[in-house]
Design a protein around this ligand. Structure first.
Ligand SMILES: *Cc1c(COP(=O)(O)O)cnc(C)c1O
Length: 490
């Protein structure tokens, strides 16, 4: 495909007099359709649409659809954000008309199946997380964190413990942790990581007092390390009267291996779009269900699905104990449906293979590259790990250059410059769904880039060379997107 030929803006193909449609000839000099459309609705000036032929339109949009890199176009080893293969059967189930045509205001007697799915998934997640009860209402991980922290606030408020206004978050945490705490009206207290990438328990202990509402932890943490001192941490946190929050955005390494509830966590969220198959990125779609241990169920938000003795399901919207409502209705239903399909097709046995396989893949890639990339925290790792850029930094080639060059070779970049523990973070999560061939191809390209850094550093610094776009100003694009053609001409 000649990418440059069909990569222009659709308006740039416009030629005066060119048409892409053939309408029937007008009768008696009347305007076509003028009988069907009332006069006041007819426009009297040209709409200014591009004048293009049909083949050009089709090629333009087909080409555009391939400009983005997706998990269906290639290996996507994004650390922390788990981009794994999403079985296509789940897509078919999520887009089936029996789901797409549902309306939240439908009488509950007509949506018993949908509510059954909601309850079944709630129970499955409670089993997987070791929690008493889940709500599936939050639309994203970040919103799950906010919901979980609001549950924690409600718990302290009911006990009259009003002084607990601060949350402890490790310096390696995902950026949404401190952001959610701030949105929940809580002050963030940072706890240090040790050199081995784990939470500094002494630092944590020193910061625990009766102003702390909760401690948020990710385990395995964002450096791919298992927090081995969880029992001691849980004990200290509870002794100080605070609650322990589990960021389960990436549950891959834990599935069927260990449960946050058993480790002493009180509240958790899970990102269904990372662990339970929904293609995500670019802001959606997602779901961030929140689970709580026994005793905290009543604070979960409205609406809730409840079951009567005869098995009839209904929707409760008016529980006064609930922290309120955090979503329009019962969450992002098509994501919930994909997640349940994933859980049921995998089964308990299949789910327990996810963690070990993801861990094996990560350790394989790590061990195959750690002679040329800097490994600041020695392995073994869990499902992901972090390099601190190239081992040989004398060429001035950065993590950004490596990431951009990977695109030339048809691989998506890993997560870069996160976690903030290192200057040149390159965070790799291969996931359990990639073949040995794909991992080997990735390893060989990463090694090739390391040797290019030594032989042709200037070429690397200009990478990528084969993508439709090379160096967009991402901040400008997000802050001031130009969405119309006339603006682009300025
Ligand atoms: C992705 C992620 C989040 C946030 O989830 P969103 O759905 O993007 O809001 C929180 N914590 C961790 C560890 C994550 O990887």
């Amino acid at each position: 495909m000649n990418r440059t030929l069909y990569n222009k803006l659709i308006f740039e193909y416009s030629r005066e007099g060119r048409v892409g449609a053939a309408l029937p000839a007008a009768k008696d000099g009347a305007r076509v359709l003028s009988d069907a459309i009332p006069g006041h609705l007819m426009r009297d000036s040209d709409p200014g649409l591009p004048r293009v032929d049909e083949p050009t339109v089709v090629r333009h949009y087909t080409n555009m659809s391939t400009n983005n890199f997706g998990v269906d176009s290639g290996f996507y080893p994004l650390g922390s954000c788990t981009m794994k293969y999403n079985p296509k059967i789940n897509e078919a189930l999520a887009s089936s008309p029996s789901v797409a045509a549902l309306h939240p205001a439908q009488p509950v007697c007509t949506v018993q199946g949908a509510l059954r799915l909601y309850r079944t998934l709630e129970k499955a997640l409670a089993e997987i997380g070791g929690m008493a009860e889940f709500t599936l209402n939050p639309y994203a991980g970040a919103q799950g964190e906010l919901t979980g922290l609001m549950v924690i606030r409600a718990y302290h408020a009911e006990r009259g413990d009003a002084a607990r206004t601060r949350v402890i978050v490790p310096d390696s945490a995902h950026g949404t942790n401190p952001a959610s705490a701030a949105v929940a009206g809580l002050e963030v207290v940072e706890v240090r990581s040790r050199a081995d990438g784990r939470v500094d328990v002494d630092d944590l202990r020193a910061k625990l007092d009766d102003t702390i509402a909760a401690v948020m932890l990710t385990n395995p943490n964002t450096a791919g390390m298992f927090e081995s001192e969880i029992p001691a941490i849980a004990e200290a946190v509870h002794a100080a009267g605070a609650l322990l929050y589990y960021d389960g955005a990436n549950l891959n390494p834990m599935l069927g291996v260990a449960r946050p509830g058993d480790m002493g966590f009180d509240v958790m969220h899970i990102n269904l779009h990372k662990t339970f198959s929904t293609p995500h990125g670019g802001g959606g779609p997602g779901a961030g269900p929140v689970g709580v241990r026994a005793g905290l169920e009543k604070y979960l938000p409205n609406p809730r699905v409840t079951e009567s003795a005869d098995g009839t399901l209904s929707v409760t919207t008016d529980s006064d104990d609930a922290l309120g409502r955090i979503s329009l209705w019962l969450g992002n239903y098509t994501v919930l449906r994909r997640a349940l399909a994933y859980i049921l097709t995998m089964g308990a046995e299949g789910l327990s293979e996810v963690g070990p396989l993801a861990t094996l893949a990560a350790n394989y890639v790590m061990a195959s590259l750690s002679d040329v990339y800097e490994l600041p925290i020695p392995g073994p790792c869990k499902h992901e790990f972090v390099f601190d850029g190239l081992k040989d930094k004398s060429s001035g080639v950065t993590t950004l250059n490596v990431a951009k060059r990977l695109l030339d070779y048809g691989f998506h970049a890993p997560t870069i410059y996160f976690p903030l523990l290192f200057h040149e973070s390159l965070m790799i999560e291969p996931t359990e769904t990639e073949s040995r061939d794909t991992l080997d191809a990735f390893i060989s390209v990463m090694r090739k880039i390391a040797s290019e850094a030594a032989s042709e550093p200037e070429m690397l610094k200009q990478a990528p060379h084969h993508t439709p776009m090379a160096h967009p100003d991402e901040t400008e694009a997000a802050m001031h997107p130009r969405l119309t053609y006339s603006e682009l001409k300025d």
